[in-house]
Ligand binder design. Structure first.
Ligand SMILES: Cc1cc2nc3c(=O)[nH]c(=O)nc-3n(C[C@H](O)[C@H](O)[C@H](O)COP(=O)(O)O)c2cc1C
Length: 363
């Protein structure tokens, strides 16, 4: 790794230097004017930190508990499609690096590497983080169940149903460049399209979009916990728990779907309040714009149980494969440990809203 790469912004620049313009547009881009994409990052900066000094930090650690198991750190790699387009090591490199850094992995339904290959690489690693599989709803329930069964057999420990993209967002940069996937790179678990009905909103795709009853059905079909990703409204968060979800991931898809949505740092507190009121044990995770250990800390201080990081992991993968991802996650870990110590927290259990300081002016 170049000595000049010392933070996640450096990784972003290094990735842009090696990716084609089309790949860069796909991986880094967002919806429309990319207002939400930018806001996701700046919103974390609107919070300052209020350290406590002279706290006893002996025996400190970053461990956390999720779904009944203890993990090294409350940090996971977010599901992202077509990783072999970023680098030949693709999802395999991403999984190995995440496991080596004790971080979790959510594998995308649009993975370009078979889910059983990815799980086989890391499932037996005792020091890894959680191993979850992300789903998009499918027109045929049987098609969805088929991939659910494969994920169960492979050893994935939870399912993440993404609910914020029932139809494609309007992505200008992607439309300009198209998606020229390299030969041999495809979403290996994605069924050949049978086409949309052709009538109704969005060429009929809205006609086959999932509704709450479908989620209730899914939670009945599997022993695995199901989390809903893309929940930002407190009323939806309550409803998610009522239909059997084990928790929610506060996400706006990294600003890639509906532009001008609030930043996830802004949506998070309301969702946390709604979920905790209904079931203190249900999970709330968050992603979007996490680029620093301070961002991770602030997410936990606002009530999240864990945090997912998206593009920065892809950027590390793009320029250096698994080595690059491992460096990205290592930097986040080291920064987070420094923030814990400097705010006077020996463990994630000590992180509370008393360590946050609302800033009047934006930094
Ligand atoms: C290139 C790319 C592909 C993505 N593919 C998926 C996907 O297949 N499934 C999904 O639920 N989210 C997908 N996402 C959204 C991420 O899971 C995550 O919500 C987002 O990237 C977090 O924001 P961040 O990139 O600022 O960390 C994708 C994001 C990017 C950048």
């Amino acid at each position: 790794m170049s000595l000049s790469i010392v933070n996640l912004h450096d990784h972003e620049r290094a990735a842009q230097a090696v990716l084609s313009e089309a790949a860069w547009a796909y991986f880094s881009g967002g919806a429309a004017d990319e207002i939400t994409l930018q806001r996701n990052q700046t919103a974390w900066r609107r919070w300052g930190l209020a350290p406590r000094v002279l706290q006893d930090l002996r025996g400190g650690h970053t461990r956390c508990e999720l779904l009944g198991r203890t993990w090294p750190i409350p940090l996971l790699v977010a599901p992202m499609a077509y990783q072999r387009w970023a680098h030949p090591e693709g999802e395999a490199g991403m999984a190995l690096a995440a496991a080596a850094q004790g971080c979790g992995l959510v594998l995308s339904h649009q993975t370009s590497t078979p889910l059983s290959d990815v799980a086989a690489l890391v499932a037996a690693d005792a020091d890894r983080g959680p191993l979850w599989f992300q789903l998009y709803w499918q027109t045929e329930r049987a098609t969805l169940l088929d991939v659910v069964r494969q994920a169960e057999v492979a050893g994935f420990e939870a399912l993440v149903l993404t609910v914020d993209a029932p139809v494609q967002g309007v992505r200008d940069r992607e439309r300009r460049w198209g998606m020229p996937l390299p030969q041999g790179v495809r979403a290996v678990h994605w069924p050949a399209s049978t086409g949309a009905p052709g009538h109704g909103l969005c060429n009929g795709w809205a006609e086959v979009a999932p509704v709450w009853d479908d989620v209730a059905w899914l939670t009945q079909q599997t022993q695995l916990p199901v989390l809903l990703k893309g929940v930002t409204h407190p009323v939806d968060a309550e409803r998610a728990l009522l239909v059997g979800a084990a928790g929610v991931i506060v996400s706006n898809h990294g600003g890639r779907v509906l532009d001008t949505m609030p930043a996830t740092a802004e949506s998070l507190p309301l969702v946390v309040e709604a979920v905790r009121r209904q079931n203190p044990k249900a999970l709330v995770l968050v992603d979007g714009g996490i680029r620093r250990g301070t961002d991770l800390f602030k997410a936990l201080a606002l009530g999240a149980d864990a945090v997912l990081v998206g593009r920065p992991a892809l950027y590390g993968l793009a320029h250096s494969g698994a080595r690059g991802v491992a460096h990205v996650l290592r930097l986040l870990r080291d920064e987070f440990e420094a923030v814990l110590a400097l705010t006077g927290c020996a463990s994630v259990g000590d992180i509370g809203s008393d360590r946050l300081w609302p800033l009047e002016t934006q930094i």
